[in-house]
Design a protein around this ligand. Structure first.
Ligand code: SAM
Length: 193
């Protein structure tokens, strides 16, 4: 998740995701970071739900979880995070309660091994499972990086899936920069109360 300093004063899509999440997530709630990486989203979720809340954070790379742990300490986060070294597609083995918010920031670890990127074969089942876990009034944010081949394909398959969701139960909204097709974009999935 690299921020582009050239566009500092313009809309930062990765920050904008958080504004949507804050409409649905508060103190004492439960959240999942499906791609912990360097832990910036985990830290945001941890601080938002506070000491009475709970956050589960997944990554397949020990290096990522070590980095995430360091971020949580540096940010002074409450002790409410469970770091899980496993694929997010196995979420149902670890999370046995409804969640108020979930975040996916797909792609590879910034500064890490670019071959360890999220892959459609596990991303799709994980997103399906995340939607199943959403509590009424819950929210899922999925950021896609179409600038690399797998990211582009991942985004297309996810879009096809979102189009099948029952509008009476779920609302899927895509937000992207129309004059920058390779920039990241994200989808917000909201479950009705
Ligand atoms: C773009 S980074 C996430 C950035 C992170 N949210 C942050 O705030 O720093 C994507 C992460 O997804 C992880 N990842 C790849 N495949 C995964 C999988 N199947 N399950 C969980 N994490 C995965 C990568 O190891 C990488 O750390």
């Amino acid at each position: 998740m690299e921020r582009d300093e050239r566009f500092g004063e313009m809309i930062d899509l990765l920050e904008l995701q958080k504004e949507f999440i804050l409409r649905h997530l508060g103190a004492g709630d439960v959240a999942v970071d499906f791609t912990a990486g360097n832990g910036h989203d985990t830290s945001f979720l941890s601080r938002t739900v506070g000491k009475d809340g709970r956050v589960y954070a997944f990554d397949i790379q020990p290096q990522a979880l070590a980095s995430a742990r360091a971020t949580l300490i540096a940010d002074g986060c409450p002790d409410n995070v469970t770091l899980i070294l496993d694929s997010h597609s196995n979420v149902s083995l670890y999370v046995h309660e409804k969640i108020n918010a979930g975040m996916f920031n797909l792609g590879f670890l910034p500064g890490g091994d670019r071959t360890k990127t999220t892959m459609r074969v596990t991303t799709l089942p994980a997103v399906r499972a995340a939607i199943e876990l959403l509590a009424p009034g819950g929210i899922l944010s999925v950021a896609v990086y179409p600038g690399h081949e797998e990211g582009d394909a991942e985004g297309r398959e996810l879009r096809q899936y979102y189009e099948t969701l029952d509008r009476k139960l779920l609302c899927a909204t895509e937000i992207h920069i129309v004059n920058s097709p390779t920039s990241p974009y994200f989808t917000i999935i909201e479950k009705r109360k």
